[in-house]
Design a protein around this ligand. Structure first.
Ligand code: AMP
Length: 408
């Protein structure tokens, strides 16, 4: 089956066309036939990049003011005789949609029926910056491809197995009951992919090992996976909680926010922007939210860049040690995301001093294996430390196939 994977954000549409089936998933023979990205929708010019297998790459800057035009462009590119890979859009067998928030309603991916659609729309209240764009993407894609199943794959679903004591905040219970204020966790599709992949690397089913997964990209989160199930994760009601990220603060004394709002006379919107867009690595360093830049600057002696790196790694190390305790011991620790996959420095700094719990990194393997999948701890290391490049789109395509076959 050809699955179109769609990830619609506020000003972007990312997409991949993946050939897969239950047999191909089993055999590991799934194939990516095309991928692309439309960014800056609604701005003066959009940026379209696209490449189909064996065809020349496309880079264009048309005016695209609306998501409908963007998704129509996706279908036009896929079926273009010169650069595309399909004869007709009818070859697409199903569409998998990334949906950020599934609230407490969805603990696994779902074929989007009228009822499921209504419930996803209800979840917009919990993720007003994300879900409305995911919903819009579905509405348009459903209109353009009305005869194929559409499947929603939720970022929050994997974490629905967290126990109550891990997801309830120490707040009056009324805010949970009335407003759904609790920890949900995000990046679930990536943490789930890592868990699936670690089965191959450890050569045993997920039900036989405990794992700590670190997704370190622009957004960062860490998950404690007990025998295949998420039992705790660092992001909370929103993706702001937990680790220090590119532009997000991560954990913070909530009183700080109230104090700054009063002192600086910030509006809700301004406070939200400060915490989500001007904090984290960019806030501390004043240099960049990009870890590559920070590493370069720090090597040149920039103290603020070094401090941002140290804060990032120290916070991560605390979470790794905490989750080791939560799990009563972990068999493996896996790194993914732009930083987790590509930065030997960050991996080594965040694991430094954790040999007390059996976490060690082999410096040579850490440098050599950078960017590719494999073990970076010594052979006799108690906890296996791994790099596992994530593939959320592949996970969405798989779920789509399984949901359509009624096998989720
Ligand atoms: P992602 O959101 O997964 O694309 O990750 C983006 C982050 O990965 C940015 O902070 C990049 O600076 C970081 N990144 C990518 N390559 C490297 C690298 N070689 N070293 C350090 N950070 C990197």
């Amino acid at each position: 089956m050809l699955v179109l994977v769609l990830n619609c954000g506020s000003s972007s549409v990312k997409f991949q066309l993946i050939q897969t089936s239950p047999e191909a998933i089993e055999a590991g023979t799934e194939k990516k036939l095309a991928r692309g990205n439309i960014e800056k929708i609604g701005m003066t010019t959009a940026i379209v990049s696209f490449q189909a297998e064996g065809k020349p790459p496309v880079k264009e800057t048309p005016v695209i003011l609306e998501h409908r035009v963007a998704i129509e462009r996706v279908l036009t590119l896929l079926t273009d005789p010169q650069v595309g890979i399909l004869k007709s859009r009818n070859e697409i067998g199903a569409v998998g949609h990334r949906v950020v928030h599934g609230g407490e309603k969805f603990s696994k991916s779902q074929v989007i029926t009228e009822e499921v659609y209504r419930q996803i729309v209800e979840c917009c209240e919990l993720a007003p910056l994300h879900n409305p764009h995911n919903v819009r993407g579905y509405e348009i894609a459903h209109e353009l491809l009305p005869d194929v199943p559409h499947v929603a794959v939720f970022d929050t679903a994997f974490h629905q197995t967290m126990p109550e004591y891990a997801y309830i905040y120490g707040l009056p219970m009324v805010v949970y009951r009335r407003h759904g204020i609790r920890r949900y966790g995000f990046h679930g599709t990536s943490h789930r992919y890592l868990t699936w992949r670690m089965q191959k690397l450890l050569n045993k089913p997920a039900s036989e090992f405990n794992l700590i997964t670190c997704h370190l990209g622009n957004g960062c989160s860490i998950t404690a996976v007990e025998r295949g199930k998420s039992v705790d994760t660092s992001m909370g009601f929103t993706p702001l909680e937990g680790l220090i990220m590119g532009t997000r603060s991560g954990d913070l004394d909530p009183a700080v926010v109230l104090h700054i709002m009063a002192k600086e006379e910030l509006t809700l919107h301004e406070a939200n922007t400060m915490l989500n867009k001007h904090s984290g690595l960019i806030g501390v360093s004043g240099v960049s939210n990009d870890m590559r830049e920070l590493v370069k600057e720090s090597q040149k002696g920039n103290k603020a860049a070094r401090l941002a790196i140290d804060l990032f790694c120290y916070r991560l190390k605390k979470y790794i040690a905490a989750y080791y305790g939560v799990l009563n011991g972990a068999d493996a620790l896996a790194f993914t995301g732009g930083i987790g996959e590509n930065s030997p420095l960050i991996r080594s700094l965040s694991c430094a001093g954790l040999d007390c719990i059996g976490i060690q990194i082999d410096p040579e393997r850490n440098e050599k294996l950078n960017g590719s999948e494999g073990r970076i701890s010594p052979d006799d290391g108690k906890v296996g430390v791994y790099i596992v490049p994530t593939d959320e789109e592949m996970m969405i395509a798989r779920d789509t196939v399984h949901a359509v076959a009624g096998k989720l």
